[in-house]
Design a binder for this molecule. Structure first.
Ligand SMILES: Cc1cc2nc3c(=O)[nH]c(=O)nc-3n(C[C@H](O)[C@H](O)[C@H](O)COP(=O)(O)O)c2cc1C
Length: 188
């Protein structure tokens, strides 16, 4: 019999220049602070996905990646593929961080959102505006940003991030800590 305890949530994101790690840290904080999170005593832990956190110790997982040239970062794609069986046994939410400017550009979903969501049976996927800080970019990235005339700045919207965390915390009330579903079949 599983002893009753509070749900544990892993929030892991892949980032090149730090802004997506900061979104993951904020999500973990907002999950815990939310009314639903406090009611269920949720513990949310933000971990850099590059550290390859083991999802098996968690009851639910929120995974994210920065988007570069239309794609999730390679460590995030690899992580999802590697852990897909364990992830399918838990509620999983995905997010991407990328679009820049007002309105955020590009407006479309990154290429990996659909395949990654299907692979883990994700309950949802969100795209959050990101940040471009020229001082942090490599010479090649800076050239690309200049050539594309991409807007520069921090377009992250913390209210939107908080609202999503509250939505997830609300759905966690159905999660029984320590009880994991049988792995759902992989998509064909
Ligand atoms: C060279 C380069 C290419 C980018 N390509 C995309 C893209 O295709 N789609 C997108 O939504 N954002 C794109 N971005 C924006 C980044 O995803 C955004 O700056 C994000 O917040 C970076 O996250 P990080 O700080 O965690 O690395 C690009 C940024 C750079 C510098």
């Amino acid at each position: 019999m599983t002893a009753s305890r509070s749900p544990r949530i892993l929030v892991a994101a892949a980032s090149k220049h730090g802004s997506t790690h900061e979104i993951a840290a904020a999500l973990a904080g907002f999950l815990q602070e939310s009314a639903a999170g406090r009611a269920s005593g949720v513990t949310a832990r933000a971990v850099h996905l590059e550290q390859l956190p083991d999802p098996t110790g968690y009851d639910a997982v929120v995974l994210g990646s920065a988007v570069y040239v239309g794609r999730w970062l390679e460590p995030a794609r690899h992580y999802v593929t590697e852990h897909s069986a364990e992830l399918r046994r838990r509620p999983v939410w995905l997010f991407s961080s990328g679009p820049i400017g007002e309105p955020p550009f590009p407006p479309d979903e990154p290429h990996d959102a659909g395949p990654m969501s299907r692979m883990v049976g994700a309950r949802g996927h969100r795209v959050f505006p990101g940040r471009i800080d020229k001082a942090r970019l490599s010479i090649g990235e800076r050239a690309m940003v200049t050539a594309m005339r991409a807007p520069v700045g921090d377009f992250r919207d913390w209210d939107v991030v908080r609202a999503w965390a509250e939505e997830i915390a609300g759905q966690l009330s159905t999660v029984v800590p320590g009880q994991h579903a049988q792995p759902a079949p992989s998509p064909a």
